[in-house]
Design a binder for this molecule. Structure first.
Ligand SMILES: Cc1cc2nc3c(=O)[nH]c(=O)nc-3n(C[C@H](O)[C@H](O)[C@H](O)COP(=O)(O)OP(=O)(O)OC[C@H]3O[C@@H](n4cnc5c(N)ncnc54)[C@H](O)[C@@H]3O)c2cc1C
Length: 620
């Protein structure tokens, strides 16, 4: 993946901005087409470049501006952003010309329409901001888990750090605060007389609540800035391009897929290139950029033990995940172009061991380090250059699932958090059995496929899709435990937690999702034998089963009592918490831990509201 690949057609359609670059001897259009140095030949000395870096005013020669203007005119572009000094930005700020670019789950420079809008409106005078919102590090509503445990906190810090480095390379920086965005952004907007705050539009309850509070706070300012929230590139298919209104989004995924794929298929908009160097001005003088909060600062409110607030990746992890756009683009490059893994994705995607069986894009997608439409176009380019087959299509197919769950969240509002789910299956009886739940959560159910997957999640922050489907089915169909506890544990532990995909998939696993046909019950023993015939995966995560032969690895309880002592460690492995699949009859886990059954109808997130309101929320 080329950081400045020559997608002229793309940019002409989507961008139309010209950036004059003064710190190197080239000028680059936003579509990545460099004007030849021989033609431009900007005489920037190292001294001048350094001076501008450290904030001393340096004004580009007039002919340079004229040239940029000419280019801009030729390309029908809307403005010119010149590399400038911090002093110039300060002047612009005083004149009320700065805008705020509020980074949320779009922690990238490439294909970031929000950032491009901000650059255009602020003519380069942009204050890029990221807020670590303490509410995202609070407790979950039902089971009171830390909403964000150490693995994702670390990944997020890495994403923000990488974004800051990349913005610095452009001559700007990232303002980082540990506080509520609605307070932080209002203060900054007031202090720097900002005319606009740009951000990506979110759809779930907590995120839209922040948007509302921000709007309300800013409206109280003497000169209220305009809050501009755009759909941007949060989905592969742009909301405005869908062939139906959001209220008409089909209940069934395959209907939705067919409607976007059938001819004429909905076009996936072309990704934008990252802004060129100089497109963003240095931050105003005296503005404190702020340090990234430490892991302790982020997690001490919810995780009392200091050792639990640090995260050291386990050597058995599928990947050594590193947050940030740089690592995300490298992974896309690897999975497509370097390894050709994408060309056999359909055959390998149900694997559980190693880095290559699936793309592992999810954590970067969830934090917006790369956009789904960027990946889509990269796959298309791969298909044109190397091979187009079922596998290359299947990766796109999975990205359509991702879109669908976000759109479903937009359509259903808070219903995705209700126990009865979007289908409002309020009659299902759920258990709140802490003991059985703990067996599931810690990987001690006595069913090796479930236990290995839960231990992998707890140690690494990741679990394969095959694993997620099975452990979710086991919790909801075999243990019949309140699915929201499972969703909340996933929320806490997953590196790739994405509220729409997580709650969407959990509602399906629990049989309360929109599509009745998705109500599946997996036989975890059969699944294990199909997808891990040799027991390699179980042995990786369950040292108690290291000596158990493949024949018994997924049914260790079948080993006769008289034989058990032959296998080292087997006596440490728990007996099954349920007898049989589907009947939900409890043994060990249920003893003494049974709680009165509860019924659906209880809401998960947000204040109590009539159902009708929940369905209308959030508005976009
Ligand atoms: C109970 C449950 C909870 C889940 N929670 C999350 C979550 O919080 N965040 C998350 O990103 N995915 C979630 N998934 C979906 C899926 O398991 C992961 O996206 C996938 O395992 C990530 O690995 P990968 O990137 O290698 O996926 P790949 O198989 O390589 O797929 C490519 C991409 O397609 C998307 N995708 C694939 N499957 C799904 C799916 N079922 N639903 C939505 N998008 C999908 C993801 O963005 C993924 O990165 C959940 C699935 C289940 C069953």
């Amino acid at each position: 993946m080329q950081p400045f690949g020559g997608r002229r057609d793309v940019a002409r359609k989507t961008c139309g901005v010209v950036y004059a670059q003064t710190s190197v001897a080239t000028m680059r259009m936003c579509d990545g087409a460099a004007i030849r140095p021989a033609f431009v030949s900007i005489p920037v000395t190292a001294r001048k470049a350094r001076a501008s870096q450290f904030g001393a005013p340096w004004y580009p020669p007039r002919w340079q501006i004229q040239l940029a203007v000419a280019c801009a005119y030729r390309r029908s572009s809307s403005h010119i952003a010149m590399a400038a000094s911090a002093a110039q930005t300060s002047k612009a700020a005083v004149a009320g010309k700065c805008v705020i670019a509020w980074f949320r789950a779009d922690l990238r420079l490439r294909d970031n329409p929000m950032l491009m809008d901000a650059i255009r409106a602020g003519q380069g005078c942009v204050l890029p901001v990221y807020c670590f919102d303490p509410r995202c590090f609070g407790l979950t509503d039902e089971a009171k888990f830390p909403k964000c445990a150490a693995p994702r906190a670390q990944f997020l810090r890495e994403c923000v750090e990488d974004l800051r480095n990349n913005l610095r390379a452009l001559g700007s920086d990232l303002i980082v605060r540990h506080g509520h965005p609605e307070v932080v952004l209002t203060q900054l907007a007031e202090q720097y007389q900002c005319s606009h705050v740009f951000g990506s539009k979110e759809v779930a309850w907590e995120e839209t609540r922040v948007e509302k509070k921000l709007r309300a706070n800013m409206s109280k300012l003497e000169k209220p800035p305009k809050l501009s929230l755009t759909w941007g590139a949060v989905t592969m298919y742009h909301l405005d391009d869908l062939p139906m209104d959001i209220d008409q989004l089909p209940d069934v995924f395959s209907q939705f897929r067919r409607s976007v794929e059938s001819r004429p298929a909905v076009e996936v908009r072309a990704p934008l290139l990252a802004p060129a160097k100089g497109a963003l001005r240095p931050l105003p003088e005296g503005l404190e950029i702020g340090a990234l909060p430490s892991m302790d600062e982020l997690l001490e409110a919810t995780i009392p033990e200091a050792s639990q607030r640090q995260f050291q990746q386990d050597s058995r992890a599928v990947l050594s995940f590193r947050g940030g756009e740089t690592a995300a683009l490298a992974r896309v490059q690897y999975y497509l172009w370097e390894s050709d893994c994408v060309a056999k994705y359909k055959e390998t995607r149900n694997g559980m061991v190693g880095g290559d069986y699936s793309s592992k894009f999810s954590a970067w997608l969830a934090h917006g380090c790369v956009s789904a439409r960027d990946i889509y176009h990269e796959i298309k380019s791969y298909e044109r250059t190397r091979v187009a087959n079922d596998s290359t299509y299947w990766l796109i197919f999975e990205l359509i699932w991702r879109d669908y769950f976000r759109l479903l969240a937009l359509r259903c509002g808070n219903d995705i958090f209700f126990l009865g789910g979007p289908r409002r299956r309020d009659k299902i009886q759920w258990k709140q059995d802490r003991k059985a739940f703990e067996a599931w959560r810690t990987g001690n159910t006595g069913y090796p496929l479930v236990d290995a997957n839960m231990r992998e999640l707890n140690q690494t922050g990741f679990m394969s899709n095959r694993g997620r489907q099975n452990v979710a089915s086991f919790l909801t169909k075999d243990l019949r435990i309140d699915w929201r506890w499972g969703a909340e544990w996933f929320e806490s532990m997953l590196l790739d937690h994405d509220v729409h995909s997580n709650y969407g998939n959990w509602t399906y696993a629990a049989g309360v999702g929109m599509d009745p046909r998705e109500d599946r019950h997996f036989n975890v023993v059969k699944q294990a034998k199909t997808y891990d015939e040799t027991g390699e995966y179980a042995k990786l995560w369950l040292p108690e089963l290291a000596d158990v032969p493949a024949e018994f690895i997924y049914e260790p309880y079948k080993i006769p009592a008289s034989e058990r002592s032959r296998f080292n460690g087997l006596d440490q492995y728990p007996r099954p918490v349920v007898n049989t699949f589907g009947k939900g009859s409890f043994q060990a886990g249920g003893q003494g831990g049974r709680q009165p059954d509860i019924q659906s109808g209880k809401k998960h997130r947000g204040p109590s509201k009539p159902r009708a309101n929940a369905r209308r929320e959030p508005k976009y």
